[in-house]
Design a protein around this ligand. Structure first.
Ligand code: 2AM
Ligand code: CA
Ligand code: CA
Ligand code: CA
Length: 282
């Protein structure tokens, strides 16, 4: 259905314009001071924004590309079914990544869109409409922030690294203990720790060299699809937390500015998990 570079050029241009257009919904909600969090039934309201943005994106893309498939967070959530990735051109969409930030008007929130063809990431777009940061990548063509080329960090030691970690899903005790164990290990070795609340944007921060590492095991494909391509095109990498190959459909993420830092990082996580396990079974 889609083979030529020209087709991908058009996909890219179209998706980027549609993203900026759709992001007005997010920016107006934040800038309009709607104070989303204090309203009654706040999570329903947030879900309405998520759903509306996703609907605008999928409607627009489906009209332009009737043969393409879609894996969007809100569609998957309401169907309670995650489709398998196929060879067909597939748009993987998170309409609002950083929902908690959105609710608080903390300015790290974005739309994340990726396109896969033959199960391979071809396009990644992450757009923060509050700070007007547009991160983009095409496979084999580099990564960009607002049209300027970006490169990931070459720092290869954790003691000189800024490490970003997700620390916001504390409902299941075992997961919480593992996250806290890893956080403790990172705090002990890193130059600094950040937890930004948007997986897609934090991957882009690693891509632009603003941080050396991003880690979370509790993510979904739409959180990471666009950011994964952007990191790789910026010279960094994204690997599984075990140190093995990254699986887009089952993301456990160590995103790194460069490969040299991977062994130290994987070992640290492994040791932290062993310690957590000993504590839990003691
Ligand atoms: P979201 O904002 O689209 O929900 C920090 O919460 C980051 O982890 C966000 O990118 C968030 O995406 C993502 N995330 C994925 N699954 C999550 C979950 N079950 N609970 C909280 N955040 C989740
Ligand atoms: Ca998300
Ligand atoms: Ca979301
Ligand atoms: Ca969500």
């Amino acid at each position: 259905i889609m083979a030529t570079d020209q087709d991908l050029d058009h996909c890219f241009d179209f998706a980027m314009k549609l993203t900026v257009e759709s992001a007005k919904i997010i920016r107006e909600a934040i800038e309009g001071g709607k104070n989303i969090e204090t309203k009654a039934g706040d999570w329903d309201l947030v879900t309405q924004y998520d759903k509306r943005v996703e609907e605008v994106l999928i409607t627009g893309l489906a009209e332009e590309f009737p043969n393409h498939k879609f894996i969007g967070e809100e569609t998957v959530s309401s169907a309670n079914y995650l489709p398998a990735l196929t060879d067909a051109p597939t748009w993987i969409i998170d309409p609002i990544d950083g929902t908690t930030n959105f609710v608080h008007a903390f300015p790290h929130t974005c739309i994340s869109i990726a396109l896969t063809v033959k199960s391979q990431l071809e396009i990644g777009i992450v757009y923060n409409p509050v700070l007007e940061q547009m991160f983009t990548a095409r496979r084999g063509r580099g990564a960009y922030l607002n049209g300027k080329s970006i490169k990931s960090s070459s720092i290869s030691e954790l003691k000189s690294s800024l490490i970003c970690i997700e620390a916001s899903y504390a409902t299941i005790e075992e997961i919480r203990d593992i996250v806290l164990g890893r956080l403790e290990a990172f705090v002990s070795v890193a130059h600094g720790i950040r937890t930004m609340g948007s997986a897609a944007l934090t991957l882009c921060y690693v891509a632009m060299g603003a941080a050396e590492v991003y880690h979370s095991d509790n993510l979904m494909p739409w959180d990471v699809a666009a950011g994964a391509l952007i990191i790789r095109e910026a010279g960094g990498d994204i690997i599984d937390t075990s140190g093995g190959d990254f699986d887009l459909m089952k993301p456990r993420v160590l995103a790194i500015g460069n490969r040299k830092i991977a062994p130290e990082l994987v070992k640290l996580v492994h040791l932290a998990d062993k310690k957590t396990h000993r504590k839990r079974t003691a």
